[in-house]
Design a protein around this ligand. Structure first.
Ligand SMILES: Cc1cc2nc3c(=O)[nH]c(=O)nc-3n(C[C@H](O)[C@H](O)[C@H](O)COP(=O)(O)OP(=O)(O)OC[C@H]3O[C@@H](n4cnc5c(N)ncnc54)[C@H](O)[C@@H]3O)c2cc1C
Length: 391
């Protein structure tokens, strides 16, 4: 087996963390494991920001510094270099969300273009990323996905969204920087998927540059993957997929219930796990046409992918297989994988403190509601503290 429990090594996992940073992480995960605290904390923080109360310093020195690399690209450089000294690459993620004006969309595109140029010069950043709703209004994606005709003004607006995708994917291709495109709510995702497929068709001709995201908590994604595979073979382009389980489960289930349609989410956690692992296997079985970026904090899935790579004789550093975790989470997976020579990249979110709040709130909620994750982070941190004490 390729995998004998390497993720339990906390010395490698936390090598970059000083004792004080480890203490801070311990305190933070303890706090966010308490659900009512997260709920109240979120409400109070949202209110304080809206009321312009001076809470940014407090947020910055707690959740922000743990889950984000900095307020701008340059601010993230120390983190990027430190992680790369241990073999872990960075995917700079401009995590400002919920801004819906043309100037914000243009600014998000410019930031992504800047990151690609930055990445072209820096080995530590082989991959860039953007979010569909960072480049265009949610409503437009939704309307397009429903097949409803656009007004003339909406069509012009949509053309600008397409142009933003194109500018970014083109520059990524010219600079040999892979570009991941995140996935969001299912009711806007169809239009994003079509657009990303167009980008793959155009730019994944001699190598895979553009990656879409498959949220495997959706029970329709295996069929989608197979359909896309058929299409790519027929039209001679390659596919890249970031596979994740998915971050919007509660929202998806609530909307389906409210509007009275069957939920797109798998019937259980176990069904999602099976679906995720099946997608990983399918991609590894077809690595000639599909590249994999496994975005997960799940140890079992990570071990499984390592074992499948081993069985199939896929080199650990084969550029068609990447593992990804979020900054501030599952360092035991990231740094141990890198130690053994696998390709690993962490998403490093950045942006002004108040603008990355939706991202931070999602992380806090995820660490509260996702069974096991916080317990696991805490157990690892405690074990490392013990290990250092005994040294
Ligand atoms: C590098 C990276 C990129 C990411 N990009 C995206 C993205 O583009 N879009 C996005 O949506 N998310 C994205 N995520 C977030 C990701 O979806 C969450 O981190 C993920 O859901 C947590 O799952 P896990 O694989 O770490 O494993 P686990 O912690 O084992 O799984 C938890 C997940 O399982 C699913 N689940 C839990 N309970 C149930 C249930 N009862 N029924 C069905 N399913 C259930 C949910 O998806 C839940 O989040 C990304 C994560 C990483 C690490």
């Amino acid at each position: 087996m390729a995998s004998e429990k390497i993720f339990d090594n906390t010395e490698i996992a936390f090598e970059l963390k000083s004792d004080t940073e480890l203490e801070r992480a311990h305190f933070l995960f303890k706090m966010i494991s308490i659900e009512p605290l997260v709920r109240i904390g979120t409400a109070v923080t949202n209110f304080a920001i809206k009321a312009s109360l001076p809470v940014e310093g407090l947020i910055r020195s707690t959740v922000f510094d743990h889950f984000c690399g900095g307020v701008n690209e340059e601010d993230c450089l120390d983190v990027i270099d430190a992680m790369y000294s241990k073999g872990v690459s960075s995917v700079l993620d401009f995590s400002v969300e919920g801004k819906e004006t043309e100037s914000h969309f243009d600014a998000a595109m410019e930031t992504t273009l800047k990151i690609i140029r930055f990445a072209a010069e820096k080995d530590a950043m082989p991959i860039a990323v953007f979010k569909p709703t960072g480049f265009g209004r949610f409503y437009l994606y939704e309307k397009k996905g429903e097949g409803k005709p656009f007004t003339e003004a909406e069509q012009v607006e949509w053309d600008r969204v397409v142009a933003r995708y194109d500018a970014v994917c083109k520059l990524a291709k010219e600079n040999d920087v892979e570009i991941l495109i995140d996935a969001e709510e299912s009711w806007m995702q169809d239009a994003a998927d079509d657009l990303v497929t167009d980008m793959m068709r155009k730019y994944n001709t001699d190598q895979t540059i553009v990656y879409n995201t498959l949220q495997m908590y959706r029970h329709d994604r295996m069929d989608f993957l197979k359909q896309q595979h058929e299409l790519a073979k027929k039209e001679s382009f390659s596919l890249g997929y970031k596979i994740v389980r998915g971050a919007y489960m509660e929202k998806e289930n609530d909307r389906a219930l409210e509007k009275g349609y069957p939920t797109p989410i798998c019937e259980s956690k176990q069904a999602t796990d099976i679906n995720f692992n099946a997608a990983a296997k399918y991609i590894l079985d077809h690595l000639d046409t599909i590249s994999l970026f496994a975005g997960t904090h799940n140890e079992e899935s990570s071990y499984l992918i390592m074992d499948m790579m081993d069985e199939k004789g896929i080199a650990k550093n084969d550029n068609r297989v990447w593992f990804g975790q979020l900054f501030g989470m599952s360092d035991n997976i990231s740094f141990n994988l890198a130690h053994y020579g696998y390709n690993v990249a962490k998403y490093v979110p950045f942006g002004p403190v108040k603008d990355v709040m939706p991202y931070l709130i999602r992380r806090a909620e995820e660490n509260t509601s996702v069974a096991g994750q916080t317990g696991r982070e805490l157990a690892l941190i405690k074990r490392e503290k013990e290990r250092r004490k005994l040294k």
